[in-house]
Design a protein. Sequence first.
Length: 401
Amino acid sequence: MRGRARSVSVSVVGGGIGGLTAALSLLRAGFDVHVYEQAAARHEVGAGVQISPNASRVLHGLGLAEDLARTGVRPLAWHQRRWDDGRTLLRTPLAEPLEARFGFPHYQMHRADLLSALASSLPSARLHLGHQLVGLIDRETRVEARFANGVTADVDVLVGADGIHSRVRRILFGPERPRFTGCAAYRGLVPAERLRDLGLDVTAEIWMGPGGHFVRYYVSGGRLVNFVAVVEQDDWTRESWTDRGELADALAAFEGWHAQVRAILGAVDETFIWALFDRTPLERWSAGRVTLLGDACHAMLPFMAQGAAQAIEDAATLTACLADAEADVAEALRRYERLRAARTARIQGLSTDNKRRFHLPDGPLQRERDAAMSAGSTDFSFDAVAWIYQHDATTAGEEPA
Ligand SMILES: Cc1cc2nc3c(=O)[nH]c(=O)nc-3n(C[C@H](O)[C@H](O)[C@H](O)COP(=O)(O)OP(=O)(O)OC[C@H]3O[C@@H](n4cnc5c(N)ncnc54)[C@H](O)[C@@H]3O)c2cc1C
């Protein structure tokens, strides 16, 4: 449903999942919104992305239910397995039981499918490709954004949804010092047809082993299998989604792992390597008429599969706050930050903890973890994740105490 036309104008910098969701949500609420994306065209290299019920709730509300059902895959279960013999450590049914509990589906998607569903829902005149933000000036009553191509935009509110290396964040709060976690992830996609002999079921598998873990699930309506193979290594310098990795290195890192893991890696044509960095939650997200959203303010390790979901939640809550307090936008942005910061910081922390839990060397701690999983006591039980999955970000609601 579209809201009444509002007088507030908004520039969203960054046309990733967070920025496009924010633009669509603000537009539907009646705001005059434009998105500025630095890329001149869409060349999507990202692989899989998980859209849990807290995020699909928002996307369904924006009219994307059919797109998600067509291109997303609804996994039947989380299946945690042991790295060498493939033994099941835990299998948590998803699909119907999950939808009955949380009201919305869990989807596993190709980033390109999600981005194209979001972008095609926006009128093309609202999305400006080839616009790299290089500066901004907050004039108290308005904000001016400056782009490398000479264009300027003069608006009431500016939202920095410009990802891990956010220029908007740097302008507001100075440089950041992310810490290398000692982990890198090989990522890639394999045509499902090529893996037919393995008989992979429609689950999300997480194989846990000493110093690494391996995740695989279907995307793109089941046509592709996405994998993320996380290894520990000593050093790294660059944090990029687009660096290419060597398949031989990935196979060497998973020497001795179960044949199924090695068969998936062996079937890959190309892989990207992504060095994983950790961040301390930011103290502030907003200053005056400018705020941040998504990875720009709370980039997290992928071990809770919440990076995209939290950006989508941000978009919905930002819209609700601006709609509630249209006249005082600076206060609306502060309220948005107060509503979001503790929740995203908690998920950032849990994502970091999972690195240690997933990578335990074989020994007493690993046996303790596996026994707890076999007994059904795990961070992946519905009760444990309920505070994440049942959250409704579309209403501003009460501020946390
Ligand atoms: C190429 C890519 C691949 C990814 N692959 C995965 C993956 O496989 N698995 C996973 O879990 N997560 C992945 N992510 C991250 C995940 O998508 C994010 O955690 C989540 O979607 C939150 O996104 P965001 O919108 O905050 O940031 P992003 O998705 O990073 O989007 C930020 C956008 O801002 C644009 N931008 C940056 N600087 C400027 C500027 N100065 N001016 C204008 N535009 C600018 C960028 O080009 C980008 O489109 C990937 C991100 C990217 C960019």
